[in-house]
Every structure is written in structure tokens, then in C-alpha cells.
Design a protein around this ligand. Structure first.
Ligand SMILES: *Cc1c(COP(=O)(O)O)cnc(C)c1O
Length: 336
């Protein structure tokens, strides 16, 4: 029994849960502490895995409850969210429309065609292009209007699935971490994860608050806009905690976002990301991604090197997935 029953919310089962919680022994030894564990949300199972699958269990539960026959969502061409949404829609027999903004944050010969973009096509999603990120909402509304005019029943999922309902998926991850740590006799001091749209960290914070857990969560901003990320995390934390009936339990200081590791912009490689992705590959055989988890673990490594954790602390890193995008960044790993 857990303190939180998430099955009272409409939900479809898509993910392989619980995902493993594993020690990164060679990384921990390499850094001389803290003790680092990885929560393998890259292993959620659907279509190469990732954090969006947990959110989609609740978002698509809501969509099916409302009678939807089509889902519409948005992202960049290498969006992990659109890839997981397209796969989930295929699995549930729903049509899927993806609204994609044009400018690409990184130029690589394969960027526009490989990785997530190829997979979205493979899952049969219909792609729509809009000029900029700011045009995505209007683009989704336009597609929804066209579908409704033809008698369709579209359901719009916001970018990244980052809203109160999506956050329920990460309240679920908080429950798993607390239960697994208990079974492994671990006293977790801190959880570190990448943060952008805010749904992952917001849901996690809401779940930890609902459980009465004192574990700190540090989001590493990957959008190069720390204040905006923190605002979005606070919004989802409040919304998801509201759904869970524990809004008053989310402390004002429960949302911590560190914006030192994003580099110039979303999706632009940093030297720390390249170092971290290469280091984890060689020490642990673990594949990280260039946009989210690579920058986030670069942050964790730098924080460890600069003494931000006690050497005996236990830190859990959430691997939120994103690995298909690595192949769109081949050129960033010059010399390999
Ligand atoms: C979308 C994504 C994130 C960010 O999650 P938010 O809930 O938007 O903050 C982190 N990692 C990966 C791999 C993602 O695809």
C-alpha cells in the first residue's frame, strides 16, 4: 500500500513499471562520492522509453475518457515527447498529429531526418510545420478545428505533456523511488533531474510532498531560462498537488532549479555535456542524450566535484530518456 492511489485517475498502461533503480558504482568511485544511483526512466519500455510515457498514461487516460479519437501535440523535430506520443497513439489506435516548429537548435546532416523525427514518421503520425515555437498553440488549435469540422474528436496535449494531469506520472515516479529506496535500505538525500517544461519535476515535487518525504529535488535547467523553468515547475507542482488533494503540503522552497549548465540555448551542445555523455558511456555503459540528461548529469558531476554534496550522501539521478536524439548530434562528438 502506498499513501497515494494514482489509479483513481483515468489511466492507460503504457510503461514498464517500476523502472530499475541502479547504483552507478564506477561513476561514484571516479568522483569520490556522493553515492549516485540512476532511476532508469529511459527504460519505460514504449518506443525507446523516456519520461513522457509516464505522463501519457494519465493524459491519454483523460483523452480516452473524453471520447477522443485523435491526439494532437507539439515539439521540435527531435522532440522525445512527440515520438512517445506518436507511439502511444499507435498502440491505442488513435490518430496522431504533431505540430513542429521550424528552426532547429543544432545543425547536423541527420538532424531533420533521423532519431525522433524518423520515429514519428514510422509510428504514422501526421506532421505539420509552424514557423516558430510561439506558433505551436495556434497551430494545434487550427489542426483541431479542421478535425472537428470533419467530425473528429481531437484531444490536445500541451508541449512536453507538462500540465497537472501529466504531472501525475511523476508523482508515480516519486512513489517508486521512495519504495525502492526503502527496500534497498537507502536514505536518499537528493534527486537530480533535467527540467524544461516542468512537468517532470513538478509532478515529482507534488508526489514527494504527498508522501511527506523530505528528499530534495534539484532540477537542472536545460532551456537556458532558469526563472521560467522554475515558474513552470511551480505551476505543475501546485496543479498536480491539487489533483492529489495536498496542495497545502508543497513548501514554497520545494522547487529548486539550477541554471548553470544549460549553455547558450536549448539543444545546443556544451563541452560539459560532451564530457559527461562520453564519461558515462565509458564508466557505466550508460547512454545519455545530448539535450537533457547529458546536460543534467554534467551538472550533477560538477556539483559533486565542487563539494555541493557530502561524500556519503546518496543522490538519485533520473534518466529521463531522450537517447534517440543522440544520433542527430553525431557531429557534436568530433573525433569519435
Ligand atoms: C521532455 C524531456 C525532459 C524535460 O521534462 P519536462 O517535464 O518538460 O521538464 C527531460 N528529459 C528528456 C529526455 C525529455 O525528453
Amino acid at each position: 500500500m502506498t499513501a497515494l492511489d494514482l489509479d483513481r485517475f483515468p489511466r492507460v498502461r503504457l510503461a514498464h513499471l517500476p523502472t530499475p533503480l541502479e547504483p552507478l558504482e564506477r561513476l561514484s568511485a571516479h568522483l569520490g562520492g556522493p553515492r549516485i544511483y540512476v532511476k532508469r526512466d529511459d527504460c519505460t519500455g514504449l518506443a525507446f522509453g523516456g519520461n513522457k510515457t509516464r505522463k501519457l498514461e494519465f493524459l491519454l487516460g483523460d483523452a480516452l475518457g473524453k471520447g477522443a479519437d485523435t491526439v494532437i501535440t507539439c515539439g521540435g523535430v527531435q522532440s522525445n515527447h512527440t515520438r512517445q506520443t506518436a507511439a502511444a497513439a499507435a498502440r491505442l489506435g488513435l490518430a496522431c498529429h504533431l505540430v513542429q516548429q521550424e528552426p532547429e537548435p543544432w545543425h547536423d546532416p541527420d538532424y531533420g531526418d533521423s532519431g525522433n523525427q524518423f520515429l514519428g514518421r514510422l509510428f504514422g503520425a501526421e506532421l505539420h510545420s509552424v514557423p516558430t515555437e510561439a506558433d505551436r498553440s495556434a497551430g494545434m488549435e487550427r489542426v483541431a478545428g479542421e478535425l472537428r469540422a470533419r467530425g473528429g474528436k481531437p484531444y490536445i496535449i500541451p508541449g512536453g505533456g507538462s500540465n497537472a494531469i501529466g504531472g501525475l506520472g511523476y508523482a508515480g515516479c516519486a512513489i517508486e523511488i521512495v519504495e525502492q529506496a526503502g527496500a534497498m535500505d537507502l536514505a536518499v538525500d537528493c534527486i537530480v533531474l533535467p527540467s524544461g517544461g516542468g512537468g517532470t519535476q513538478g509532478g515529482l515535487v507534488a508526489g514527494l510532498a504527498a508522501l511527506g518525504s523530505g528528499i530534495r529535488a534539484i532540477g537542472i535547467d536545460i532551456d537556458a531560462e532558469g526563472e521560467a523553468v522554475a515558474d513552470r515547475v511551480r505551476g505543475v507542482a501546485a496543479g498536480t498537488a491539487g489533483l492529489l488533494g495536498v496542495r497545502d503540503r508543497v513548501a514554497d522552497d520545494a522547487v529548486a532549479v539550477n541554471d548553470d549548465y544549460a549553455g547558450e540555448a536549448y539543444g545546443k551542445p556544451t563541452p560539459g555535456m560532451i564530457e559527461a555523455v562520453t564519461l558515462l558511456a565509458r564508466l557505466e555503459g550508460l547512454v545519455l542524450d545530448p539535450v537533457y540528461t547529458g546536460k543534467a548529469i554534467a551538472g550533477l558531476i560538477d556539483l559533486a566535484r565542487s563539494g555541493a554534496f557530502g561524500t556519503d550522501d546518496t543522490v538519485v539521478f533520473i534518466h529521463t530518456g531522450g537517447t534517440p536524439a543522440l544520433f542527430a548530434y553525431r557531429g557534436a562528438f568530433a573525433g569519435l
